[in-house]
Design a protein around this ligand. Structure first.
Ligand SMILES: CCCCCCCC/C=C\CCCCCCCC(=O)N[C@@H](COP(=O)(O)O)[C@H](O)/C=C/CCCCCCCCCCCCC
Length: 218
């Protein structure tokens, strides 16, 4: 794993994100933290190509990825090898603030929940990018996906700032070019591979959090 999640010495390549999410699931459907975090690092790399107006989003995502990487590399790292083991360990050891913000603002469960909610936005956004027409506006697709998912967890000021940033998104073709995959047909095919993987990781995490009643960690 590279030292810095902000390192942008490598060009973004969507295949990296696809590979990370492909490696995320174990045979018995546990979600490997190392690959989950690698998927997010790849996505942040893409976000960083969009310019400083997206800096506040990138900063938040990078901060959360860094928290998870620190836990994974820390002395209790063995408990963080999968999302399932993290939830078990943190709940059994009272390391999560369950009802109100308190002693554990950077617990793995809380931090991952924020990224998990954003993963639903990603799934919806990628699906609309995959199926949209050539002249569709990415700003509208992104806002629609956001309004159907992540926005309900954000206060007005964040929703407003995100909405303004979306207006500055490049067009669909520029998106596809930055993905570094090849022709439009190849991009669409790769999105078709990635979306079910992302969706499965999302659903397994959602079910796990629901089962432990931790979908509302403050
Ligand atoms: C062409 C295909 C590739 C598409 C690649 C998309 C790349 C997206 C990369 C990262 C997505 C950003 C993930 C943001 C995580 C946000 C987590 C969150 O909800 N944080 C809030 C709550 O945290 P706490 O305060 O409770 O700790 C925090 O308040 C948020 C602050 C920043 C604003 C987040 C807005 C998110 C908008 C959705 C992402 C839009 C990215 C557009 C780029 C296409």
């Amino acid at each position: 794993m590279a030292d810095s999640v902000t390192s942008d010495d490598q060009k973004f390549c969507f295949k990296e994100v696809l590979d990370a999410f492909r490696l995320c699931l174990s045979e018995n459907k546990e979600v490997y933290m190392e690959h989950y975090v690698a998927g997010w690092r790849g996505l942040v790399k893409f976000l960083n190509t969009l310019g400083s107006v997206f800096g506040f989003i990138s900063k938040d995502a990078v901060g959360k990825v860094q928290i998870l990487v620190s836990l994974l590399k820390g002395e209790d790292g063995s408990h963080y090898s999968t999302i399932q083991s993290m939830v078990k360990y943190e709940l059994e050891n009272q390391l999560v603030d369950l009802t109100k913000a308190g002693a554990h603002p950077t617990s793995g469960c809380r931090t991952l929940l924020r990224l998990h909610r954003a993963l639903r936005w990603l799934e919806l956004f990628l699906d609309s990018l995959r199926t949209c027409s050539e002249d569709s506006k990415t700003s509208v697709l992104c806002a629609d996906a956001y309004n159907k998912s992540l926005s309900k967890f954000h206060p007005w000021v964040v929703r407003k700032a995100a909405g303004m940033a979306f207006c500055l998104l490049p067009g669909r073709q520029a998106f596809f070019d930055v993905m570094n995959v090849g022709t439009t047909e190849q991009v669409v095919a790769m999105l078709g591979e990635a979306i079910p993987l992302i969706s499965e990781v999302y659903q397994i995490t959602e079910d796990l959090y629901a089962q432990h009643n931790i979908l509302d960690i403050p």
